[in-house]
Design a protein around this ligand. Sequence first.
Ligand code: 0O2
Length: 258
Amino acid sequence: MSNDENTAFSSEMENALSTYQEDFVRENLMSDSFLDFVEQNTKPIDLLFAYYRCAIMEVETKFNVLDESLSVELDRNPIESIQTRVKSVDSLLRKMRRKNIPLNLSAIEEKIHDIAGVRVICSFPDDIYELAEAFLAQDDITLIARKDYIRNPKPSGYRSLHLIVEVPIFLKNEKRNMKVEVQFRTIAMDFWASLEHKLHYKHDLPPERAQALADELRDCAEQIEHLDQRMQAVRNEIVTYNKENPKESEFPGFPLIN
Ligand code: 0O2
C-alpha cells in the first residue's frame, strides 16, 4: 500500500469505528431495556450508598469519642485527623471487574468490603494499636478481617493497619449491619502513602526507571518508619520523665474530687 492509500485506509477505519461506537451506545446504553434497568436500580443503589454513609458517621463518631476521652488520660490527642470517603463508582466497577463479582447489590455488599472507608491518622505508631484495640472492644463492632501492613509492610513499602468491621446502623424500621474499612496510619505513613499514590498513577516510565523509582520509594518508606520510631522514643522518654517527676499541686490541701 502506498502512503496515501495507507492514510485513506486509516481514516476510513476511524470513521467506521466511530459510527460503530455511536451505534453501540444508541442500541445498548440508550436502549429502553437498559434505561429501565437504570431506573429500577438507581433507588436501591442510592439507598445502599446512603447506608454506607450512615455507617461512616457511626464509626467516625466512635473515633471522635475515643479521641476526646483519651485526650484527658494522655494529656494530648492521639488522633491527628480523620478522613472518610465512600468508594467512587468508577473504583467500585473496576474492583467488580477485577474480582469478577456478580452484578447485583447483595454480591456487592457481601464481597466488597471497602465501599465505606474511614482513615484515622494518628500521632505515633503506638496510638494506632491502642485506638484499634479500644475500637474493637466496643460490643457493637464485629471484626471481619485484619491486615497489619505496619508489622508486615506491602512490597511497595506501604504501611497501615487495615480493619474490616461490621457496625450496626439504626434505620426507621430495621437495624442493618454495614461493613466499613478502617485504615490507621501515622502522619508519616500517610505522607508516604498519599505521595506514592499520586506518583504511582501518573507515570508512564520505561520499566527499568519504574523499577528504580519503586526501589527509591521503598527506601523512603523505610526511612519514614525509622522516623516514626525515633519520634515515639522521644515521646516515651518525656512521658516516663513526667511520671517519675510529677508536678506538685499548687493547692495540695483542696482536692476537688476525693
Ligand atoms: P480506593 O477506593 O481508591 O481507596 P481486598 O479489598 O482485600 O480484596 P485490596 O483492595 O487490594 O483487596 O485491599 P488492600 O490492599 O488491603 O487495601 C487497598 C487500599 O489500601 C487501597 O485502596 C489504598 O487505599 C491502600 N493501599 C494498599 N496498597 C497500597 C500501596 O501500595 N500504596 C498506597 N499508596 N496505598 C495502598 P484502593 O484500592 O486504592 O481503593
